[in-house]
Design a protein around this ligand. Structure first.
Ligand SMILES: [Mg+2]
Length: 190
């Protein structure tokens, strides 16, 4: 099967690294961790507008933010096992700046994350796959709408709890749980 794995929030703990960097500079971030807009909220709490916040995070801090984040426990081993089992792994990720793209390529090499394709895009529906694993609520809904018949899986994170009641989109806590979902999905033939 072709499996599209999102990177941040699925394989890489970017938010954890952001919290570490933010706390070192500004103190504990003042934001709602259950909101997708937590970066902007934290910036607003220290007097930065959205544009300034994003310039700091994605441009100035872009390389360190992406390259020094940690993988979620077990995630890299799971990607290796998926490929060993013959699946085609596409890593689909939206990295807004060149610094973030450089940092991401370094990160993948450093943690020896295997993949068949790496696609930088803000529109995951341009990636053809049978299975999608994603954490961003808007992207999950867009994939569900635009890619009928595919298995769209939510990686459960505080910022996507708004989809907890959506029975069409199964959720997992760890990437290893994807095996069970794929088996069930294949057996149903849907
Ligand atoms: Mg993500």
């Amino acid at each position: 099967m072709r499996i599209m794995l999102d990177l941040d929030g699925v394989l890489r703990d970017l938010v954890g690294n952001w919290r570490r960097m933010w706390t070192a500079k500004f103190g504990e971030p003042q934001c709602d961790p259950s909101s997708w807009r937590q970066f902007a909220q934290a910036g607003a709490a220290v007097g930065m507008d959205e544009e300034e916040t994003y310039r700091l995070l994605f441009d100035e801090w872009g390389y360190e933010l992406t390259s020094s984040a940690l993988p979620y426990p077990g995630a890299v081993g799971c990607v290796r096992n998926l490929r060993k089992a013959g699946h085609w792994v596409v890593i689909g990720t939206d990295q807004r700046t060149e610094n973030m793209r450089f940092g991401t390529v370094s990160w993948l090499a450093f943690f020896r994350v295997p993949f068949d394709e790496l696609v930088f895009t803000s529109d995951k529906a341009t990636i053809e796959a049978d299975v999608y694993v994603e954490d961003r609520p808007e992207t999950l809904l867009a994939l569900k709408r635009q890619m009928p018949g595919r298995l769209v899986v939510r990686m459960r994170r505080p910022w996507n709890q708004c989809l907890a009641g959506d029975g069409r989109i199964p959720a997992i806590d760890r990437l290893e749980e994807l095996w069970g979902l794929m088996e069930g999905w294949g057996a149903k033939g849907t």
